[in-house]
Design a protein around this ligand. Structure first.
Ligand code: PLP
Length: 373
């Protein structure tokens, strides 16, 4: 039985009639940029995350770049973050001229280790960029305390964390702002690229709105900053609004599948299951296990037609363009070990009961098999 890692076509099928009609409506409206669907999407996501402002942009990467600039992070400023993330987190920091300072992660939640932050603070440190990886927030309470003590700005990479909160306080409410991604494979995915900045800060809001259209001020063709072309297309905004109405249902289904994995795989030898920080919900953008027999497990699953993915196989400080931002290999020991152990299992909302059972039974069979020497 084949178990695909994702099923993008099934998402379309769930909503086909509405999406088709939406495309036609937008085409016929002639309003293709910064139109009513952009405004509507911004209002709906702001409301969902309990923030005052949401600014739709072209991608999650742009959301991070623009957010950091809007919050006053600039050339030479140090930004504390991790190397266990998608490349865009670091790319955004480097592209605005700031300097990523990479610290180690916690192995069970895959995110920034709060104990590693303070030793990394220098007089140049401006911000902390926690990455809310795989669908749950980082240890936001600890990060907030440290940031307050050192007067640092917290900016959240929430690209994988739409709908994620700690005790009801959503991404975007913990830092001065957060960046979301609507890339195709995200829990809320566009039909292409898209992103959004969330903030309660009026200055970050105003700066972000200006930066997404070339740094234009209130008056047309007068510029306050060197900006970007980063509007979200009206077509994408309209599609995202249709899909947003399904997001709670889809995330609930992901959670149901994750709970089956957590129950059925508990205690299976050699398989470490993901953990949650206290107070967090989890939106299961990824369900990621750790095992010292990772490559063997992936091959075993593949033989049984179960797709799996390695997020992320090589931490970013071991890639040539980012090597200068860390010490020698081994300096981020937990990050490097976790990269050798992680495997993400299919957890999308369109899995059938039989497919879920097939994944569970296969992992159990694997664990009972002797390790290759
Ligand atoms: C952690 C993280 N940060 C940033 C991004 C960048 O988002 P995008 O691909 O929409 O530019 C992504 C997504 O791909 C991501 O997973």
């Amino acid at each position: 039985m084949r178990v695909p890692f994702l099923d993008i076509k099934a998402q379309y099928q769930d909503l086909a009639g509405e999406l088709d009609q939406t495309a036609l409506d937008v085409l016929r409206s002639g309003a293709y940029v910064l139109g009513p669907h952009n405004k509507g999407l911004e209002e709906e996501v702001a409301q969902m995350h309990g923030v005052r402002h949401a600014i739709a942009v072209n991608s999650g990467t742009d959301a991070l770049r623009i957010l950091m600039e809007a919050a006053g992070v600039g050339p030479g400023d140090e930004v504390i973050t991790t190397a266990f993330t998608f490349v865009a987190s670091l790319e955004a920091i480097v592209q605005i001229g700031a300097v990523p300072v990479l610290v180690d992660i916690l192995p069970e939640t895959f995110d920034l280790d709060p104990a590693a932050i303070e030793p990394a603070v220098t007089e140049k440190t401006k911000a902390i960029l926690p990455i809310h990886l795989f669908g749950q927030l980082t240890d936001v309470r600890a990060i907030e305390t440290i940031a307050n003590r050192h007067r640092l700005t917290v900016l959240e990479d929430a690209a994988q964390a739409i709908g994620s909160h700690c005790e009801g306080r959503y991404a975007g409410q913990w830092g001065r702002g957060a960046g979301l991604s609507f890339y195709v494979t995200k829990n809320l995915g566009a039909i292409g690229d898209g992103g959004m900045i969330l903030t309660n800060d009026a200055e970050v809001d105003a700066n972000s709105r200006s930066l997404r259209v070339h740094g234009m001020g209130r008056e047309r063709y007068y510029y306050d900053a060197v900006g970007y072309t980063s509007r979200l297309s009206e077509l994408q905004a309209a599609f995202l609004r249709v899909k947003l109405r399904k997001l709670d249902e889809w995330n609930a289904q992901r959670d149901r599948i994750a709970q089956v994995y957590l129950q059925q795989l508990a205690g299976v030898e050699g398989i470490h299951l993901p953990k949650l920080h206290p107070g967090n919900n989890h939106t299961w953008h990824q369900f990621t296990v750790r095992t010292s027999r990772r490559d063997e497990l992936q091959a075993f699953l593949k033989e049984r037609e179960i797709d799996s993915m390695i997020y992320y196989p090589v931490p970013l400080h071991l890639h040539q363009p980012y090597a200068r931002f860390s010490g020698a290999p081994g300096s981020l020991g937990v990050t490097e070990e976790v990269s050798r152990q992680v495997l993400s299992l299919p957890v999308h909302q369109h899995l059938s009961e039989a497919q879920i059972e097939h994944v569970v039974a296969s992992i159990r069979a694997f664990a009972a098999s002797p390790a290759a020497v």
